[in-house]
Design a protein around this ligand. Structure first.
Ligand code: AHR
Length: 531
């Protein structure tokens, strides 16, 4: 009788989502005890770590964002309304554009004005670049989604003059010839450009430069590519991001050394505020792992690979600390995400892939790593926003679907600009063949209203985990949020079944300062703990 009564009381705490996945096998071993210390705030988790990257590549811009004003697909000045609405909900802090490798062959003048001449996109399939989406269209997109511009200037095949004129065209409020041209093209007011990338992968597709040669070039661009917008003189000063490493080997540590050393000894005439890091989750080149139709082995291997991000950041941060102990220079992970084999039948060079529950867990693990390094990592850009690599959104003509990665970014919105608070726990182990991974991962943060947010990734695809989190420095009264999982590790959302992986509500039990919740296998959960 008592047992039946307790079962009833327990069921009363469960949301329909939790009740639908009872945990008959749960044992003490499935419980992970965590302690959150809200009295020990850490660094701010900069909202910019939730940045996006949109390159002229495949259908990332054309079709994915830009359909043109005459398209039957609902659009505002040529930019598709469904994609804008979805991105607005993500509170995208910044969008990096126009590349990638594309940026070092991009000549901005071809993308302004009434008659746009077609050029080529040699990096990505050699297709025609119509130039119909150019500077004004990008800035319109930024305005429509409520984001900020992160422009990458062409150091590889451009000139300092070309880049300097682009910035003058965009930002001056003086009646120069370029500002007059901007006004004639529809935008009399200067644009705000808060972030400027000085080249892209200059060690490779951006010009095969040595670190010394790149640094020499970069300092010239830093000197002459000015932002004239009067609103960006002081607090809103444009941040210049230099090309940084693309891995952890000595070639890359040398690169970080050379650029940071130059910065440490820099003269008044040039400066930089960020150093980029590119790191894709890819097991071998060319990428061979499938983005859908894989099993637990590939799930575990990819997640093991993605966790290398932590060591990579630690390694480059340690070098940066030697030249910049005050952490003035941000480490900007402006290309990250999973890179799989192209979808069968998709064009060469379009980097089209599906996005599964594995990618949701992968996204959460990386966001958690960035948050733990929030004192140095102050910006990141997942590759890429729409239809390319680990995308938020997939489109097919008039159809659109949100990916599992989109849902993770949406669930993590409360972490934007929240203050990191430490969580300690013994993660336990999830083993698959030779691969051994921490079974769970978690971060916590305090928002401006004093609420604690907690994100938990249950990496184990077979066992649920019961989390008991004691919270010091705050008396929790209630806790609830959302959880994301799918039937299989490779579950995806398709145009036909767009909600196979979709967040569900989850409630936690709060008793005596401890929050208890059970998270499903291969899931990502974000809850708010209310004081
Ligand atoms: O995101 C795809 C490509 O990956 C980018 O253009 C380049 O910078 C990187 O190698």
């Amino acid at each position: 009788m008592l047992a039946r009564r307790l079962a009833f009381v327990a069921a009363a705490f469960l949301t329909p989502a939790m009740a639908a996945t009872p945990d008959p096998q749960a044992t003490a071993a499935d419980t992970v005890a965590m302690s959150i210390d809200a009295s020990k705030p850490g660094a701010k988790i900069d909202r910019n770590i939730f940045g996006q990257f949109a390159e002229h590549l495949g259908t990332g811009i054309y079709e994915g964002v830009w359909v043109g004003p005459d398209s039957p697909i609902p659009n505002t000045r040529g930019i598709r309304n469904d994609v804008v609405a979805a991105l607005k909900a993500l509170k995208v802090p910044n969008v990096r554009w126009p590349g990638g490798c594309f940026a070092d062959e991009y000549h901005w003048r071809k993308g302004i004005g009434k008659s746009r001449l077609a050029t080529l996109n040699p990096n990505w399939g050699g297709v025609i670049e119509p130039n119909s989406f150019g500077t004004h269209e990008f800035m319109d997109l930024i305005g429509q989604i409520g984001s900020e511009a992160y422009l990458s200037v062409n150091i590889g095949s451009g000139t300092p003059q070309e880049a300097a004129e682009w910035l003058e065209y965009l930002t001056t409020d003086q009646p120069t010839a370029l500002a007059t041209e901007r006004a004639a093209n529809g935008h009399p007011a200067p644009y705000k450009i808060p972030y400027l990338g000085l080249g892209n992968e200059s060690w490779d597709c951006g010009g095969n430069m040595t670190p010394e040669y790149y640094t020499r070039q970069m300092t010239i661009y830093s000197r002459f590519v000015r932002n004239f917008n009067p609103a960006q003189r002081d607090a809103g000063k444009m941040l210049r991001i230099a090309v940084g490493p693309g891995g952890g080997e000595s070639r890359w540590t040398d690169w970080t050394e050379v650029v940071m050393k130059a910065w440490q000894g820099h003269q008044w005439s040039w400066d930089m505020e960020g150093l980029s890091l590119h790191n894709y989750t890819v097991i071998k080149w060319p990428p061979a792992y499938a983005s859908v139709g894989f099993g637990e082995k590939e799930y575990a291997e990819i997640l093991q690979k993605t966790l290398e991000m932590d060591g990579l950041i630690a390694k480059h941060s340690a070098i940066m600390d030697r030249y910049d102990p005050e952490k003035k220079i941000a480490l900007v992970v402006d290309e990250w995400g999973a890179w799989y084999a192209k979808l069968p039948g998709s064009p060469e060079g379009f980097l089209a892939q599906q996005n599964s529950q594995r990618d949701a867990v992968l996204a959460a693990l990386n966001l958690n790593i960035f948050a733990r390094h929030a004192d140095r990592v102050r910006m990141a850009n997942i590759a890429q926003m729409v239809n390319v690599l680990q995308a938020m959104i997939l489109t097919d003509k008039e159809k659109m679907v949100l990916t599992p990665t989109y849902h993770v970014f949406h669930m993590y919105v409360p972490f934007q600009d929240a203050t990191f608070v430490p969580v300690s726990f013994d993660a336990g182990t999830y083993a698959q063949g030779d691969v051994k991974l921490p079974r769970v991962d978690a971060i916590a943060a305090k928002d401006a209203a004093g609420k604690i947010w907690m994100a938990v990734a249950n990496v184990d695809p077979n066992r649920p985990a019961t989390i008991t989190a004691s919270v010091a420095g705050l008396a929790p009264r209630s806790a609830a949020g959302q959880t994301l999982t799918g039937p299989r590790v490779d579950s995806v959302n398709t145009f036909e079944a767009p909600t196979s992986v979709t967040p569900k509500p989850i409630a936690a039990r709060v008793q005596g300062g401890t929050v208890t919740l059970t998270v499903e296998p291969k899931s990502v959960t974000v809850i708010a703990v209310q004081p």
